[in-house]
Write a protein that binds this ligand. Sequence first.
Ligand code: ADP
Ligand code: MG
Length: 339
Amino acid sequence: MKPPPSIHLLPDLLISQIAAGEVVERPASVLKELLENALDAGSSAIQIQIEEGGVKLIRISDDGCGIARDELALALTRHATSKIASLDDLEHVATLGFRGEALASVASVARLTLTSRQAGANHAWRLVGETGATPEPAALAAGTVVEMRDLYYNTPARRKFLKAEATEFAHCAETVKRIALAHPGVAISLAHNGRTSFQLAKGDAAARAGAILGDDFIAEARRIDTGAGPIRLVGHCSLPAHSRARNDAQYCYVNGRFVRDKLLAHALREAYQDMLHGSRHPAYCLFIEIDPAAVDVNVHPAKTEVRFRDSRAVHQFVFHAVQKALSTPAGRAPAEAIV
Ligand code: ADP
Ligand code: MG
């Protein structure tokens, strides 16, 4: 009989590559992580350049707080984060990131370069994400440029699961839209293979929703704002008469984070139930604001799932708010249909 295999610790790179399986599903998931980092850094303008559906290149330039020279290598280290320090922080987390895993994961399956300059620094520093590399001086205005090249160059098995360039880019564009809807105060531009896909100016939530979902959506939607309270629902939802054949315009956010949540989807379906034919889908862009301690975002590395402490209350609240907005009598201007 063969002796049983010995137990040993995995090398760091392999640990990151395993973790990357959860975070880096495709180019769009890299893009999501990099965009969230730029937003967490307090950026007011973000430029995104993508080549070949994001497989060849994803470059994000921001004007956020930057990373200090001596922390560039740490930023690429697993479980290194500037966003939380304790369990208490985790329970009240207000940033999009907190796991300190994304950059390390991306760096383990692609070529990653960070160039960053903090306000007050004489110049920028660049770190090429290879083990043992040290930062070199670079030229850049304050902010950060994160460049990811050649996704899965060292994990060919993963590369096989990538779809056609157009499909991967469509996922990237959708990721940008989801994030852009929740951050109307940040100017965002997206270019693919050198061609501008869209350029979103800073504005208010309605202008941003109009730019992404169409001005006719805003013109024909009911506006919801339940006002301050333990839970608040703000946003726009389409009237049944303006429903769509596809369910491709349904955006739900919890504390600024896009979520795909069965409970919320169910509450919305119920609210529309008696007003929509089975094959029609409402369009909505709704933001739930709730005490961060009342929701757990640490369910999955990609963080598109959440768990509410009191899920019944959230369901009821969303259901009633949307139902009320939809049943506001005609004649009142949609923009005034505030619940
Ligand atoms: P997390 O976002 O969970 O902290 P990441 O691996 O995504 O983990 O990033 C690690 C750290 O690198 C962040 O905590 C942050 O301090 C820094 N960082 C990453 N991207 C940026 C950026 N665009 N601007 C400023 N700091 C950044
Ligand atoms: Mg992050």
